[in-house]
Design a protein around this ligand. Structure first.
Ligand SMILES: O=C(O)[C@H](O)COP(=O)(O)O
Length: 248
């Protein structure tokens, strides 16, 4: 059995400021650091083998804080080193991919490393005309209903920005190509990302409808934990809607 842990980053400076962060690279607040360390303690008992995150520091900081409680150390591996190309594994010295495996480490330290892959595919929504603005100012300007529609709807997003469907179309293929193979190899996987990139993945994993996904919101640094048994990802923590066991 392997674990899949999805966790949104800890509180960022613009979460507390009530701004649409999107692709603006805002770090964690002190509270965000504390939340991430609490999450680290919660996950300490699960030995993580591989990590995925976005290109934004709020997610990367949270990931490193979580990994600080692991026995192994996180090291970045270039995203091109996907499944089988350059993935850090214990392939034998003359293995087929050894020459391409530019991230092979001396075996004496390899076993103490957690490879980290970062990708824009896991970035938060690009907010277009809303990005960087205060939420309450935008609600005054465009109306609360319109803002909620752009942020919650599946098919429509803010002007010049991404809809949840756009995010789904970049995050789910990445999940299938890079993350599922790691789970199927029996690895415990953590994905540390954002409100909307994780909502897209949860929609896919649990087969949640376009309407019901409007209700799903993720708190900062609260892990959603799945186990892969056979070909099914089953959610272990109950605070979300009843999981739909879905073939992957
Ligand atoms: O709803 C919001 O404010 C943002 O979509 C949250 O994005 P974040 O998860 O990157 O803070």
């Amino acid at each position: 059995m392997s674990y899949l842990i999805l966790v949104r980053h800890g509180e960022s400076g613009w979460n507390v400021d009530g701004r649409f962060g999107g692709w603006v690279d805002v770090p964690l607040t002190g509270k965000g650091i504390e939340e991430s360390l609490l999450c680290a303690a919660e996950l300490e008992a699960i030995g993580l083998d591989i990590a995925f995150t976005s290109k934004l520091v709020r997610a990367q900081e949270t990931l490193f804080l979580i990994l600080s409680k692991q026995a192994k150390i996180g090291v970045f591996v270039h995203e091109a080193a996907g499944a089988g190309e350059g993935r850090v594994d214990s392939g034998d010295e003359n293995g087929p991919d050894k020459k391409e495996n530019r991230y092979s480490y001396p075996s004496k330290i390899e076993k103490s490393l957690i490879p980290i892959y970062s990708s824009e595919a896991l970035n938060e929504r690009y907010y277009g005309i809303l990005q960087g603005n205060k939420k309450d100012k935008m609600k005054e300007k465009y109306g609360e209903e319109q803002i909620l529609h752009w942020c919650r709807s599946f098919d429509e997003g803010p002007p010049e920005g991404e809809s949840l469907k756009d995010i789904y179309r970049r995050s789910v293929p990445y999940f299938e190509k890079e993350i599922i193979p790691a789970l199927q190899e029996g690895k415990n996987v953590i994905v540390c990302a954002h409100q909307n990139s994780l909502r897209a993945l949860i929609k896919h994993i649990e087969g949640i409808s376009n309407e019901d996904i409007r209700k799903i919101r993720l708190a900062n640094a609260r892990p959603v934990i799945y186990t892969l048994s056979g070909d099914r990802l089953v959610r272990e923590n109950a605070e979300m809607d009843p999981a739909v066991k879905r073939k992957i």
